[in-house]
Design a protein around this ligand. Structure first.
Ligand code: FAD
Length: 484
């Protein structure tokens, strides 16, 4: 039945069929294709999927399997060491080729190199782009170096042709096989009791269709106002495409094509331009991770290596649970726990609070995000945390400390966001919602808020926390300029 030797289409970080260059290239060979996914929990080392993303992966794989079934083939599920599984499969079916879409995490680059070294003598091993608009090694400064600052990077890449997205190829020959497929239910990706992911299904539709739907909704309803609405966490104003992009359920090229088409119908380019710029922030994060692969754990700026962070598990736990006493911070941390996502503005405020007011190492916060974010992405998460902590490329300087009270008042002035996530404060008037300790006893009583009981007192006074962080910075700088 299968006379021609098949091509293994390995779904690595890309869980989609459209605009999938590896699939298109495999189809163009006219050889039969065997789609496979390998669940490998060991190769990523410390960066194995966090709890939230396991939930997403389960549902995204079910969706991909369904889409393939609609085309007449099922996805072969394997579990174990990727190289061993692919090698075994390749020799079992006498594969002619292994095609996949490349990834950029340091562990994944190492794995891809090992796969290439082990298999390329026996079959054609080909990897393709598609997770990004362009390969991160391509952008170079005039001096031939990688970029360290966003704006010049962006100016150098924004006008480069990215090509049109490709549809699912129609001429695919699938490979009929007798390989034993695992049941993904056995992988225990979903939480058992207590089911902390209970609300995820109401909010998200993992898979390629869900990604297309989110893009369509954003392009028709929100992109026009993106520039002004994107900073207000209490209203829907951003695309929420991040988990779909993280799992490769949609390509950035598809996103751009759709937004450009929407922009052609729009009266102003402000919203679309501002959104496209954010897509390039994602590209920039990957550019940084590619050239500085140590950034998930080490500060981009070497001089911050010895910064006197204060490891403090009690403070970290209060922050994680949304019990810092600062409503905008706590609302963000609770949104994260309940929905697996947090608004960008609030990510900055929460991260700043942890690393500045509490002086907890940014790596501890990044690790919590890694476990709880559905969109956890090694490039974006590392760059985001380092930006806030002041030790990253093009970062906000360390002395820039987000004020959680005024940030709340400015970006959640009507309190929709805080009231949604902290119902115990819902009856407080707007004037004190972001600083409940400033409310009079009468106001607190009529809102039925007992500070310290229903909702915590601030764990650190804003001014005290701010001064402490600035003092530590000044001392640190002084120590560096006078090491003796
Ligand atoms: P939109 O505003 O609709 O933007 C569209 C897309 O552009 C996003 O999906 C994302 O892919 C990209 N993007 C937007 N803002 C940024 C940014 N600042 N940096 C890089 N790419 C961006 N993003 C992640 O995808 N994964 C992470 O793990 C992650 N961790 C973060 C940690 C911190 C401390 C901070 C400050 C930011 C982090 N971000 C991360 C960036 C940003 O918060 C999210 O990408 C964004 O909130 C996702 O929501 P959205 O899809 O609605 O974004």
């Amino acid at each position: 039945m299968n006379k021609a030797r098949p091509i293994i289409l390995w779904f690595s970080g890309t869980l989609r069929l459209s605009d999938n260059p590896a699939l298109s290239a495999a189809a163009a060979t006219a050889k039969p294709i065997l789609p496979v996914f390998v669940f490998d929990d060991e190769s990523p080392g410390p960066w194995r999927l966090g709890g939230a993303q396991r939930w997403w992966l389960h549902h995204s794989l079910c969706a991909l399997d369904q889409s393939l079934s609609d085309l007449g083939v099922s996805l072969l599920f394997k579990r174990g060491d990727t190289l061993s599984e692919l090698s075994r499969l390749a020799s079992d079916i006498e594969a002619d080729g292994l095609f996949f879409q490349r990834r950029y995490e340091p562990w994944a680059r190492g794995l891809e190199d090992r796969i290439h070294a082990a298999l390329s003598a026996k079959l054609t091993v080909k990897r393709f782009g598609g997770h990004l608009l362009q390969d991160p090694e391509r952008a170079r400064t005039g001096g031939g170096k990688p970029y360290r600052v966003f704006t010049p990077y962006w100016k150098s890449v924004r006008d480069q042709e990215v090509g049109a997205p490709s549809p699912v190829p129609s001429n695919v020959r699938w490979y009929a096989h007798n390989e034993r497929s695992e049941a993904i239910g056995d992988w225990r990706l979903l939480p058992t009791a207590p089911d902390w992911a209970l609300e995820f299904s109401d909010r998200w539709q993992p898979g390629e269709r869900g990604a297309q739907r989110a893009l369509e909704t954003f392009a028709t309803e929100f992109v026009d106002r993106y520039a002004s609405d994107r900073d207000h966490p209490g209203q829907p104003g951003t695309s929420t495409l991040s988990p779909h992009l993280a799992f490769g359920e949609i390509s950035p090229r598809q996103v751009l094509a759709h937004i450009h088409a929407a922009a052609d119908r729009s009266s102003s380019m402000r919203g679309p331009d501002s959104f496209v710029r954010q897509i390039y922030w994602r590209e920039f994060s990957y550019h940084l991770l590619f050239h500085w692969p140590q950034i998930p754990l080490e500060p981009f700026r070497d001089e911050y290596k010895d910064f006197p962070w204060r490891t403090n598990n009690t403070a970290l736990a209060c922050w994680q649970r949304g019990r810092t006493g600062y409503p905008i911070v706590d609302a963000g941390m609770r949104q994260l726990w309940r929905t697996g996502w947090m608004h960008n503005r609030v990510r900055m405020i929460c991260a700043s609070f942890l690393v500045k007011h509490l002086m907890v190492p940014w790596q501890d916060g990044a690790r919590w995000f890694w476990d709880t974010l559905l969109d956890a992405d090694l490039a974006n998460n590392s760059a985001g945390w380092q930006w806030v902590a002041g030790c990253g490329a093009d970062a906000a300087p360390y002395f820039r400390i987000f004020n959680p009270i005024t940030q709340g008042q400015k970006f959640d002035s009507k309190g929709h966001y805080v009231r949604r996530w902290i119902p115990e404060l819902a009856a407080l008037p707007d004037e004190v919602l972001h600083a409940p300790w400033q409310a009079s006893d009468e106001v607190l009583a009529s809102a039925k808020v007992r500070l310290g009981l229903d909702y915590p007192e601030p764990m650190v006074d804003h001014k005290v926390g701010r001064e402490r962080a600035l003092g530590a910075l000044a001392q640190f700088k002084e120590g560096r300029s006078n090491p003796n």
